[in-house]
Design a protein around this ligand. Structure first.
Ligand code: SF4
Length: 213
């Protein structure tokens, strides 16, 4: 099994994101402003894959999906389905724990306007590849948004055309691994009605059903 440590705190592979980190460090010196480590054990059976840290969410707090609306919906849902325990208080020191789950981002540094460039997806991809290789009990991926879905397929060397993204879809990826898709749990998607809490919960139920046996 591979040892996974993630990117260095001063990873410089993406010049634009390094510059953005520097600008945020200058403006908000108390914020995390660095690559955001994944949350949860490498022994987990489920890996949730998001897009990238939100500037006032994970980039501020240093924990994926922590501190912005997307985390409110994700973490309340994980609690509902027994994939987390404790009280989520949007603070990395809140003692909140994941149960059998781990959360990462496809791009580990905050991108301007939440939009990584193709070159940035590519640069950060080896970290996801190493992370997958370091999870011996992994059974399922939960792709939070189309970008996460596509990055996961690229990482695994699978054709996007063979696994079209669709909210709630379950894909068998081979070697006992499945992937379930969801629209991103962003405030924008919930405000516009693209994703409701019920829809998000249904996708999680599909995920849990897929690894029952
Ligand atoms: Fe490094 Fe990933 Fe951050 Fe790019 S996004 S600088 S590859 S950690």
């Amino acid at each position: 099994m591979t040892l996974f440590t993630g990117p260095a705190a001063d990873c410089r592979l993406c010049p634009r994101l390094v510059e953005y980190r520097r600008a945020n460090q200058a403006a908000f010196p108390d914020w995390h402003n660095a690559p955001v480590d994944s949350f949860g054990s490498l022994d987990a059976r489920i890996l949730f894959i998001g897009l990238a840290p939100g500037v006032r969410g994970a980039n501020r707090t240093g924990r994926p999906f922590t501190g912005d609306y997307a985390g409110d919906l994700l973490y309340s849902s994980l609690l509902k389905y027994g994939l987390a325990r404790g009280e989520y208080r949007a603070d990395p020191d809140d003692g909140f724990e994941l149960v059998g789950a781990r959360i990462c981002n496809a791009v580990r540094c905050v991108p301007p306007e939440n939009k990584p460039l193709p070159s940035e997806f590519k640069a950060c991809l080896p970290f996801l590849s190493q992370e997958l290789a370091a999870m011996p009990h992994l059974r399922a991926l939960f792709a939070i948004g189309r970008n996460a879905h596509e990055v996961a397929l690229t990482t695994l060397g699978l054709k996007k055309s063979a696994y079209p993204f669709a909210h709630g879809a379950m894909h068998e990826l081979g070697k006992g691994l499945v992937m379930v898709d969801s629209y991103h749990c962003s405030r924008y998607n919930t405000n516009t009605g693209r994703l409701t809490e019920t829809m998000f919960h249904q996708a999680l139920e599909t995920l849990l059903d897929s690894i029952k046996s």
